[in-house]
Design a protein around this ligand. Structure first.
Ligand SMILES: [Zn+2]
Length: 588
């Protein structure tokens, strides 16, 4: 496996702030103690929330705080298990720890589940009165969020059963997907030999100046995915049915409803946003025609979509990428530079490309008394610099939101991409300003345009594809052919005649982890990008006066909702959530 040729070799995170290793005895201590605390919590509060008139506000506050403390302990263990697993998915000890945490998390979650259910059961009048009480001001948003899921709750035994069965159901299929796709390797002929690349490496070839290498890279990607069609199709089809089954049981009218509630956004606003994006697909097609001219081609092939335009972008070794980001952040606000510096110096970033590590990039926040961690796969190009800037944006957001208590720190997905996309814009502007060569500047600007299209238009395509396959799944089990043709149809409406889609592209859906791990995630990227384009324009107009207000927005965490009418992040116990956030990965 070729993984050692990049400059970030050795840049691994130090998880010592969490635990000393997978066998650190404190992990087991926390897991056992937490179950004891959960049982004590149940003894103290069961039957005392859903009572006529509701509990005294002080008592409700004490319960929420106890739950928050319990969650903080478990989050520390859960994030640790996730981070260890993400960098070594094939290692038995990492898999074992992750499972141990999931099973214990389920038992603890089931023990305290009654609290959420009782809170939802409480009459509207009593709940409103409690949420308006000054004692509960700090948790009003959190409590309000929980109640938005009121019409969709099941009975306690039903909820417990679902939680238990998910470990061998939807979570097991998601694990199979992760372990299957991270173990894949992609043979590519290069310099007279066959190299075996990881998915991150083969995806990076989409940006290579050599057209034939780009073509071979994508052919290898789709060839290997197609060879694994049985598993990838079966996993996706099963998760679609699982999703539809739960929607029926929970009385969700559409497959997107639960996501909209969690995102604190109206379905009409999302539909309108996507419709406007679709109306403007022609803009991208005009650009693709222009790009074909710039590249001297009659028409773009899919593997030309991210081809460099203008002068080849200089490579950017990791230390230089780090310097660029710090300089750019400094020009925006010294506070941003200071925080980013901590990520680099504290070894909170794992940037090395290596076998067994998950592809793409993410940032994981832990608890307000700890700092976030970043994972990426740095392959020495300027795109990777933007990826690190993106993840550092999440990191800054998480770091600044530590002013909030745990239940108030994490934003819904709609707001989650604000700081990340904003930081990308800051670094991009800095790069364009500091590059003297007009050819390099042209390349940078084209790259930025393509990335914006990929975020606004292509994530809309992905969401339309999801809607289409969910629709088809209601008619029965899906074949690979059905999924592939829905994928091509959604893509054709975007690319039109401007880009030639290779036959293998029908497998383009099969490795996108959002479809597996968090369905209907993708429209949040569209929301985030459009929001940041307008915020960044404000920054350009106001400059200095903008910064402090922007910092306040980030410090607000979950208490800065995307729209005045607010809602929850997840209503089932977040004890099992890892705090992981995926980044816009490059999917050609
Ligand atoms: Zn992101």
């Amino acid at each position: 496996m070729s993984t050692a040729q990049f400059s970030a070799t050795g840049v691994r995170w130090d998880l010592g702030d969490l635990f000393a290793g997978h066998d650190d005895p404190r992990i087991e201590q926390i897991l056992s103690a937490s179950l004891g605390r959960a049982q004590a919590f149940a003894r103290a509060y069961r039957g005392s929330v859903a009572i006529p008139g509701g509990p005294p506000p002080e008592r409700l506050l004490a319960a929420v705080k106890e739950l928050e403390d319990l969650e903080a302990d478990l989050r520390r263990v859960g994030v640790y298990a996730d981070l260890l697993y993400a960098t070594d998915t094939g290692r038995a000890e990492c898999r074992a720890l992750k499972e141990r945490v999931e099973l214990q998390g389920t038992e603890i979650g089931n023990t305290i589940l009654f609290f959420d259910l009782e809170w939802m059961e409480l009459s509207e009048e009593a709940a409103e009165r409690l949420m308006a009480d000054p004692v509960l001001t700090g948790y009003r948003h959190y409590l309000h969020c929980l109640r938005r899921f009121r019409p969709h709750r099941l009975s306690e035994p039903e909820e417990r059963l679902l939680n238990e069965r998910d470990n061998t159901g939807r979570r097991a299929f998601a694990r199979l997907f992760t372990e299957c796709t991270t173990a894949l390797c992609f043979p590519v002929e290069r310099d007279g030999t066959t190299q075996h690349l990881t998915m991150s490496e083969v995806l990076a070839l989409a940006h290579h100046p050599d057209r034939d290498l780009r073509r071979r890279g994508l052919e290898s990607l789709y060839g290997v995915l197609g060879a694994n069609a049985l598993v990838l199709t079966s996993v996706y089809d099963t998760l679609l049915l699982d999703h539809l089954t739960l929607d029926r049981l929970r009385r969700y009218p559409t497959p997107m409803t639960e996501r909209h509630l969690a995102n604190e956004i109206d379905p009409e606003a999302v539909e309108r946003m996507m419709a406007v994006a679709e109306t403007n697909y022609g803009l991208a097609r005009r650009y693709f025609a222009l790009k074909a001219r710039l590249l001297g081609l009659p028409r773009l092939a899919l593997y030309d979509q991210y081809a460099p335009v203008g002068d080849a972008l200089p490579t950017c070794p990791y230390p230089e990428g780090q310097r660029t980001i710090l300089e750019a952040f400094q020009s925006f606000a010294p506070l941003f530079r200071d925080i980013a510096q901590r990520f680099f110096e504290g070894h909170w970033i794992d940037a090395e490309v290596r076998q067994g590590k998950v592809g793409g990039a993410f940032c994981a926040s832990v608890t307000p008394d700890l700092h976030p961690y970043i994972l990426c796969n740095y392959t020495d190009n300027l795109r990777d610099v933007m990826t690190v800037a993106h993840e550092l944006g999440h990191g800054l957001h998480g770091y600044l939101a530590r002013k909030q208590s745990l239940f108030n720190a994490e934003t819904p997905l709609t707001m989650a991409e604000t700081a990340s996309v904003f930081c990308e814009a800051v670094v991009f502007d800095h790069l364009v300003r500091t590059q003297a060569d007009p050819g390099v500047r042209l390349a940078l600007v084209c790259g930025k345009i393509e990335e914006t299209f990929a975020t606004v238009f292509r994530q809309t395509v992905l969401t339309r594809f999801e809607q289409a396959v969910f629709e088809r799944r209601t008619e029965g089990r899906l074949t690979a052919e059905t999924i592939c043709s829905a994928w091509l149809a959604a893509n054709r409406s975007y690319y039109g005649d401007a880009v030639e889609l290779a036959d293998g592209y029908r497998w383009g859906w099969s490795y996108i982890s959002h479809f597996i791990h968090s369905r209907f995630y993708c429209y949040s990227y569209v929301f985030g990008e459009l929001l940041v384009l307008s915020l960044y324009r404000r920054y350009k107009e106001e400059v200095a006066s903008f910064v402090p207000r922007y910092v306040v927005l980030l410090e607000g965490g979950a208490r800065t909702p995307p729209s005045p009418c607010s809602g929850p992040s997840t209503w089932t116990s977040t004890i099992r959530s890892s705090g992981r956030r995926a980044s816009t990965s490059c999917d050609p």
